[in-house]
Design a protein around this ligand. Structure first.
Ligand SMILES: [Zn+2]
Length: 144
């Protein structure tokens, strides 16, 4: 479990380091089927840290590192992400569209989640996901 008893106040660099230490791609059934080419780390509004690695398999099976970090968070019944970052073995990588949607669909407050981007940029999910699918559900007070 990555969640700590007391809230964390990690800098962007420290959060990025948490993701970096998970990166170390290794082969599974065959060399092209791998895990841990990408690591992700997120901090929730409660100040807890959750991390994940990607899984890259054949036939579209697998998931992004952000997905496994989110799953780890959900295991602890938390849904609101304050900041998130993903890295490969060289740099910070931007979240794919599916990860952007994933974060928003678990909690509308994640539209304000800060995403650490390549080059040291910071963006909110609202900036990265304009005119989001299910936008009508993202308005405070509305539920499907
Ligand atoms: Zn993704």
């Amino acid at each position: 479990m990555d969640a700590t008893a007391k809230p964390l106040e990690l800098s962007d660099a420290e959060l990025t380091d948490e993701a970096k230490r998970l990166v170390g791609e290794f082969a599974l059934l065959k060399p092209s089927l791998t895990a841990a080419a990408v690591g992700a780390a997120l901090v929730t509004d409660a100040g807890h840290l959750y991390t994940g690695i990607n899984l890259d398999l054949a036939c579209g099976i697998g998931f992004c590192a952000e997905h496994s970090a989110v799953a780890e968070m959900l295991k602890h019944r938390e849904t609101c992400v304050r900041r998130i970052v993903a890295v490969d073995d060289e740099r910070v990588v931007a979240p794919c569209g599916r990860c952007r949607e994933l974060l928003v669909q678990i909690d509308r407050r994640n539209m304000e989640c800060v995403v650490l981007m390549p080059g040291g940029e910071r963006r909110t999910l609202r900036q990265l996901l304009p005119e989001a699918w299910l936008e009508h559900l993202l308005v405070e007070g509305k539920r499907a």
